[in-house]
Design a protein around this ligand. Structure first.
Ligand SMILES: [Zn+2]
Ligand SMILES: [Zn+2]
Length: 172
């Protein structure tokens, strides 16, 4: 159970897992999503109206430093926002669609293999590994090719493409 492991880890660092900290950790763990601080605050505030933003930010920092929560930027697809997830999950890579923002998680042996290769090749002791892949999901590829095609046609009609010919209006 996350609660027990978390309490132990925090206790070793002299950090008390207060009721509010526990609530935030639980929400993060159970959501199964990558929440930013504001989204987490909104969820937590519904459960405990006394909880404020400052507590959420401080707690996230604390949990991060305590090694219980990972901070991700997910290729910054929405700006400088950071996202959080509990570290209880197995190591995984994040695959982020830069158009719609969908995040998929990739678990699998290749990640462990890569870790072992890096460790043996560089004699490196890995403490943290983060893999992020950015691109377009299958759905967005279709939409994008439509957008590109539309843009191309608009440009062509404006005469901007075919050798700077002056724009000519089609008679229809
Ligand atoms: Zn997408
Ligand atoms: Zn994740």
């Amino acid at each position: 159970m996350i609660a027990e492991a978390a309490k132990d880890t925090l206790r070793q660092r002299g950090i008390r897992l207060t009721r509010q900290r526990q609530l935030l950790l639980d929400l993060l763990d159970k959501s199964g999503q990558h929440l930013d601080a504001e989204a987490l605050y909104q969820m937590a505030h519904q459960k405990d109206p006394k909880l404020n933003r400052v507590t959420v930010y401080r707690t996230l920092k604390l949990l991060k430093e305590g090694g219980l929560v990972d901070e991700l930027d997910l290729m910054h697809y929405t700006g400088d926002q950071h996202y959080y997830e509990t570290r209880t999950k197995q190591e995984h890579a994040h695959i982020i669609c830069l158009r719609c923002g969908k995040v998929e998680e990739f678990y699998g042996d290749p990640l462990h293999k890569l870790r072992r290769q890096v460790e043996s090749m560089f004699g490196f002791q890995i403490l943290i590994a983060r893999t992020e892949v950015g691109g377009y999901c299958a759905h967005c590829q279709v939409l994008r090719s439509q957008e590109v095609e539309l843009a191309r046609r608009t440009l062509a009609e404006a005469g901007a493409v075919e050798g700077r010919k002056p724009a000519r209006k089609k008679s229809s």
